[in-house]
Design a protein around this ligand. Structure first.
Ligand SMILES: [Zn+2]
Length: 93
């Protein structure tokens, strides 16, 4: 049985950024957005730890912290600064 590789990686990345609170989820709209105060270095530090200590996760990323770090950067960069559906988000943008 083959699992969807891209989806699996994406969900691991999402897990890391939410767990380290780099990205937050709007409780009302369930949209993910970036916390400006958060330090992305925390997410990268956790990524390095996971690659070294979590075998299934490491396998998903070909044992490469760079693959995981690249996806983390992309995910963080792609996230808006506020929930796009919250009132006032357009004025803040
Ligand atoms: Zn919202």
């Amino acid at each position: 049985m083959r699992i969807n590789d891209v989806d699996q990686k994406q969900s691991i990345v999402m897990n890391i950024v939410l767990q380290t609170q780099i990205l937050k989820e709007c409780p009302v709209h369930h949209q993910v957005f970036c916390d400006e105060e958060a330090d992305p270095a925390i997410a990268f530090a956790l990524a390095v730890q996971l690659i070294h200590h979590n075998r299934p996760l490491a396998m998903a990323f070909q044992q490469s912290v760079h693959v995981l770090a690249d996806m983390l950067s992309e995910t963080i960069a792609a996230a808006p600064n506020v929930c796009p559906q919250c009132p006032g988000s357009l004025a803040a943008a």
